[in-house]
Design a protein around this ligand. Structure first.
Ligand code: AHN
Ligand code: ZN
Length: 328
């Protein structure tokens, strides 16, 4: 509440100074437009949803932890959503493995025409191929940030949407097998990343499925994360990028959501844009001065729960919720 008041005061001060400079009149409704109600979102709850996933161990497809976590995600989302569909499929990997996978699709008001799609991947990478210690590079990762953070935020978003229903319909998809791509040291031509989103884009859970737009979360749990305008997002859905970064700025999160361009990332949204033809953006932590372009623990054994900051989960969750509640 205090923050809202501060934003309002700042807005009035800015507008008053504009008035005197340019002699423009400002109506009451202009001032009202600058107010933004901060939605309820529990950072602690989001954090515990992340931890519950990592407690299973690495969620690598075909592992016991993967199977157990699938069940946990299904049962959790059934508590909050109107409908949950487990879309099972097999995926072929770059090294000839066959993976048993599930995309988990949870919906609010599935009958509504106007809807938006939220997504994150729930699997974790089978190899820590960017680990500084050589012997770690064949180990699977905990994926607290890379995977579990986006899912944790969306689970808390679902819990809140159940407490206070939005006007529009919402689908939340947890994609499987995003992170089983080729090792850093190998170059095997083919679309080996994002196997779950590729499958769903070719086989949507509903015939003629449509959404106005989509928001993908990937690596949204590190301290002081920076979210730039990712290249694919700006190419396919520039207006959605503006909308979301605008909402975040108004909420006071400009330190996280930075209005500058960054690298193009082949992530799940690429296939949703190109195959399913739904404009989708990616909120993904990128860093200008890191070796990989991502956060320092990316694809290492250090991507664990100790390196999750609930402040970042909260910033992203509140931004997403505000965007949803503003849709009429
Ligand atoms: C590539 O590096 C090709 N894609 C990054 C997508 C990704 C991996 N997101 C999480 N892990
Ligand atoms: Zn990854």
């Amino acid at each position: 509440m205090k923050k809202n008041l501060l934003i309002l005061i700042c807005a009035v001060v800015v507008m008053t100074s504009c008035n005197s400079e340019k002699n423009k009149t400002t109506s009451k409704s202009d001032t009202a437009k600058l107010q933004i109600e901060t939605p309820d979102f529990s950072a602690d709850s989001a954090f515990s949803f992340v931890k519950s996933q990592t407690d299973f161990g690495p969620r690598v497809p075909n592992s016991e932890a993967h199977k157990k976590c699938a069940r946990f995600l299904k049962e959790s989302m059934e508590k909050y959503c109107d409908q949950v569909i487990m879309q099972s499929f097999n995926a072929k990997t770059y090294d000839g493995n066959k993976l048993n996978c599930w995309n988990i699709i949870a919906s609010f008001a599935p009958e509504k025409e106007k809807r938006i799609l939220l997504a994150a991947h729930w699997d974790s990478r089978h190899i820590a191929d960017h680990d500084p210690i050589e012997e770690n590079r064949s180990k699977p990762i905990s994926g607290a940030n890379d995977g579990a953070s986006g899912v944790g935020v969306l689970m808390e978003v679902a819990r809140q949407l159940n407490l206070k229903n939005p006007t529009i319909g919402v689908d939340i998809i947890f994609f499987d097998a995003e992170d089983y791509g080729t090792p850093n040291s190998e170059n095997i031509p083919g679309d080996w990343w994002c196997l779950g989103s590729q499958y769903w884009a070719k086989n949507p859970h509903k015939q003629n499925y449509k959404a106005d737009y989509g928001i993908l979360l990937d690596m949204v749990g590190a301290s002081n994360a920076t979210f730039y305008h990712e290249g694919i997002s700006s190419h396919f859905a520039p207006a959605i990028v503006s909308k979301i970064w605008g909402v975040s700025y108004r909420l006071g999160f400009g330190k996280y959501f930075i209005n500058e361009g960054a690298n193009t990332i082949t992530d799940d949204h690429y296939y949703i844009n190109t195959l399913a033809k739904i404009p989708m953006i990616d909120i993904i932590h990128q860093e200008r001065n890191s070796e990989t372009g991502f956060y320092p623990y990316w694809h290492t054994t250090q991507d664990n729960i100790d390196n999750i900051d609930s402040n970042t989960l909260e910033v992203v969750g509140k931004t997403v919720l505000s965007v949803i509640y503003e849709e009429k």
